[in-house]
Design a protein around this ligand. Structure first.
Ligand SMILES: [Zn+2]
Ligand SMILES: [Zn+2]
Length: 339
C-alpha cells in the first residue's frame, strides 16, 4: 500500500546529514536537518513547509542560506524548529546580510521560529519585507505534547545530549487512508479533488453521518453520500507510518531511554553511525554513535527497518563494513530479546 511520506536522505551518508520527506499526494515536504542541500532541486526546496533542526553544528545548519535564498521573493510561511539557542542562531544568520531592497517585494515571506528548551518552548516570527527584524518572543509554551501537529500527522521531539543539546524527531501519521480503486469504479465514482476533501473529513474526525459530495463524473452530475457509509465502501483505514530521525548523540543511558521512547515501533529509523565499534572510545569522545550501537538501538526500539548515515570520512569506501556491523547488532539484539 502506498506510503504517504517518501523520506530520502539529501546526501550520501558521508556528506552532511539531512532527511527530505516529500508528501506523496501534495506538493509539500518536511526537512529534518539543514546541512548542505545543494542536491535538492529548487522545486523540491520550495515544497518545504517545516524544517526540524537537531542542532546547529555547521554540518546540520549550513543549508539555511540556500533554503532562504530559494524562498526569497515568494509568498510563503516557513516554520523552523530547533534546540536551545536556535532562535539566536537564525537571527545571527539573518543579521549577516543587507536587506535594503526587500521592502519592495510584493510577496510575503514569513519565518516562524520555535526553540525547544528543557523548561518550555519559545516562539517568534519575522518577515522578509520588514528586513527580518526579530519579532517579539512569546512566553514559554508547554514543553509537553508534539512539537508540531496537523490533523493527518504530528512531529514530536526529545532533547538529547551531544556535545551540545540536540533534538531527536519522530514523524507519526495518525492513520492511513487507502482508496480502493475497484470499489470507486464499481460505484461509478470519478477520482478527483473530492477525494482529498473526503480524506480531510476523515482526518478531521467529522461526524460519519455528514454528507460528502463527489465531483461530477463523465456521465453527469455529482452525487452525495454519508461519510461513514462511503468510507466503509471505498476506503481501507490502516495504521499510520512512523519515521524517526536521530543523529549526533552519545550512547548514554539517558539518551538511550529517550531515543527508545521516541522511536518505539517506528517503521523506519534514520540513525547516525559515525564510527565503527572498534573506535568506540573516539565515538564517545566526539559524542557520536557507533554502527553497533545504532543497530542495537534500532532493535531495542522495535524499529522495523533502519537507515544509517553521517559516516565519518575516515571510513570512506568501507560502507559495507559499517552496514554489516549495524545489521549484525540489530539481529543479535532482536535474537536476545526473543523478538
Ligand atoms: Zn554532525
Ligand atoms: Zn554535531
Amino acid at each position: 500500500m502506498p506510503p504517504r511520506f517518501l523520506p530520502r536522505l539529501v546526501n550520501d551518508p558521508y556528506d552532511d546529514p539531512g532527511l527530505f520527506v516529500p508528501f506523496q499526494f501534495a506538493r509539500r515536504a518536511l526537512l529534518f536537518d539543514l546541512g548542505d542541500n545543494a542536491r535538492l532541486s529548487p522545486r523540491d526546496v520550495l515544497k518545504i513547509s517545516h524544517v526540524f533542526v537537531t542542532h546547529t553544528h555547521m554540518d546540520h545548519f549550513v543549508g539555511f542560506d540556500r533554503l532562504l535564498r530559494c524562498c526569497l521573493g515568494r509568498e510563503k510561511e516557513l516554520f523552523l524548529f530547533g534546540p536551545p539557542g536556535f532562535i539566536g542562531n537564525v537571527e545571527g544568520k539573518l543579521a549577516g546580510y543587507t536587506w535594503d531592497l526587500v521592502e519592495r517585494f510584493s510577496a510575503r515571506l514569513r519565518l516562524h521560529l520555535t526553540e525547544l528548551r528543557p523548561e518550555g518552548r519559545i516562539h517568534c516570527a519575522c518577515e522578509c519585507r520588514q528586513r527580518f527584524r526579530p519579532g517579539a518572543k512569546s512566553a514559554s509554551l508547554p514543553v509537553e505534547g508534539p512539537l508540531h501537529a496537523e490533523p493527518e500527522f504530528q512531529v514530536s521531539a526529545v532533547l538529547l545530549r551531544h556535545s551540545t543539546p540536540c533534538l531527536g524527531f519522530a514523524l507519526t501519521e495518525r492513520f492511513g487512508v487507502n482508496i480502493l480503486k475497484t470499489e470507486l469504479e464499481a460505484l461509478g465514482l470519478p477520482p478527483g479533488r473530492w477525494l482529498s476533501r473526503f480524506k480531510a473529513a476523515l482526518y478531521a474526525g467529522t461526524d460519519p453521518g455528514e454528507e460528502i459530495e463527489t465531483d461530477s463524473g463523465p456521465g453527469g452530475s455529482s452525487r452525495r453520500f454519508g461519510l461513514g457509509e462511503l468510507s466503509g465502501r471505498i476506503a481501507r483505514i490502516t495504521a499510520g507510518q512512523k519515521i524517526a530521525y536521530v543523529t549526533d548523540v552519545c550512547d548514554t543511558p539517558e539518551n538511550r531511554s529517550a531515543i527508545l521512547a521516541l522511536a518505539r515501533d517506528a517503521d523506519l529509523l534514520f540513525i547516525e553511525a559515525a564510527f565503527l565499534d572498534r573506535d568506540r572510545d573516539q565515538a564517545a569522545a566526539k559524542h557520536h554513535l557507533t554502527a553497533r550501537q545504532a543497530g542495537e538501538i534500532a532493535a531495542l526500539a522495535g524499529a522495523r527497518r533502519f537507515t544509517l548515515f553521517h559516516f565519518s570520512p575516515r571510513y570512506e569506501g568501507r560502507q559495507a563494513e559499517i552496514l554489516a556491523e549495524a545489521q549484525q547488532a540489530y539481529e543479535e539484539t532482536i535474537g536476545r530479546s526473543g523478538g
